[in-house]
Design a protein around this ligand. Sequence first.
Ligand SMILES: Cc1cc2nc3c(=O)[nH]c(=O)nc-3n(C[C@H](O)[C@H](O)[C@H](O)COP(=O)(O)OP(=O)(O)OC[C@H]3O[C@@H](n4cnc5c(N)ncnc54)[C@H](O)[C@@H]3O)c2cc1C
Length: 354
Amino acid sequence: MLGRRTFPLLDQLAEDGVEFTRTRTDFLAVAQDPRAAEAYLGSLDPLRQAGFDLPATVLGGDELREVEPALSGRVRAGVLLRDHVQTEPDSLVAGLTAHLRAEGVRVDEGVAVTGVSARGGEVEAVTTTAGERRVGALVIATGAKAGALATRLGRRLPVVGGRGYSFDVPAERLPHASTLLLDAHVACAPMGGRLRVSGGMDFRRGPARPVPERIDAITRGAAPMVVGVDWTDRRHAWAGDRPLAPDGLPVVDRVPGYANAYLATGYSMLGLTLSGPAAEALATFLVDGCAPRSWSPSVPTASAPGDTLPKRTDHVGGTGDRATGRRGGAPGAHASATPLTGTRDAMRAHRHPE
Ligand SMILES: Cc1cc2nc3c(=O)[nH]c(=O)nc-3n(C[C@H](O)[C@H](O)[C@H](O)COP(=O)(O)OP(=O)(O)OC[C@H]3O[C@@H](n4cnc5c(N)ncnc54)[C@H](O)[C@@H]3O)c2cc1C
C-alpha cells in the first residue's frame, strides 16, 4: 500500500535537508450524527488490517471538545487519529525545488509541454513552450491534465479534474487539530496562523478559479461546527483540480507500448499523501525497469484512442511484466503479478485528508 511509505519518506526528505513545514497534529473526523462517525471509523478497517494504529470506538461530543475546544456543541461524535502529519504544500514544493537545484538538477518553471515525439516505442523528445527538449525518459505527472499528454502518445487516459476550493479565516483560538467535518465534507486545518478551510467537488471545465457561490457553500457547511471563527474575513480563496480516475485510485505505471514513458497521476484527494511513495516506486521502475512487487494499482489506460478501459482487478500488475521485469510491455498488455487484495479497499478507505 502506497500510504505506508508516506511518513518515512517525509522524515527522509527532512533528513536529506529539504526544508518544509511539517507538524504532527491530531486528526479528527467529526459529525452531528453519530452514525456518520461510526461509518467513517468502519471505512478505516482496511487500514487497521494494514497495521495502522486506529481507535476502537468513536468519541462523543464532550470528549471531542476536550481534545479540540474549537468544536461547537453541534458536534456529537467523531474519530480521533493521533498518527497524522500536516505539511504546507507550498513549502514542500518550494523546498523540493530548492533542494533539487542545489543538487544540480535543472528545474524549468513556467514551461508547458505541448507535444511528444516517439519512435519505435521510445519517447525521444518533447516540444515545449521554450523549444524542443531531448529526453531519456518522460514522466507525465501533470495532474488532471495528464490525459492531454497521454493522448499525444495515442493513449486515452480517463483522468478528469474534480475541482475543489479553499480559503482561510482568522480564529480567536486557532484549532490545533486537522478536522474533517463529515456532514459538510469540509476540512479545516491550522495553517500560517489562520484556519484553512477546503472542500467542494465539481466538474467545471476551464481554468480553476474560486467561485464565490462555492466558497459560500463551504462556509455554510463549516460555520455551525467550529466556534470562534470570523467567517466574514475570508482570504486567499483558491481553486484546484484534483486528478480523478474513474475508480478513484492513483494511476502510476509505464505507458503501455512505451519503454521510457510513465504516468503518475490520479491522486484524487491524496496528492500530498501519495505522491511521495508513488515517486519512490516510479524511480525504482525507471532505474531498474521492473515495477516493485509491493506496488499497488496499475494504469487504466486504453491501448489506443477509443479503446475501452481495462477493468482494474486486484491482480492486475501493470503494463510491463512485473514478474520478469521485462521492459516495454506490448500495447495494452496487462501481466498478472502480486495479488493486491485489500490494497484497493485500503486506499479507498482513507481518502479524506482535505
Ligand atoms: C481544495 C483542495 C484541497 C486539497 N487538500 C489536500 C490535502 O489536504 N491532502 C492531500 O494529500 N491532497 C489534497 N488535495 C489534493 C491534491 O491537491 C492533489 O491530489 C494534488 O495536487 C495532485 O498532484 P499532481 O502533482 O498530480 O497534480 P497538480 O498538483 O495539479 O500538479 C500538476 C502540475 O503540472 C503542471 N502542468 C499541467 N499541464 C502541463 C504541461 N502540459 N506541461 C507542463 N506542466 C504542466 C501544472 O501547472 C501543475 O503544476 C487537495 C485538493 C484540493 C483541490
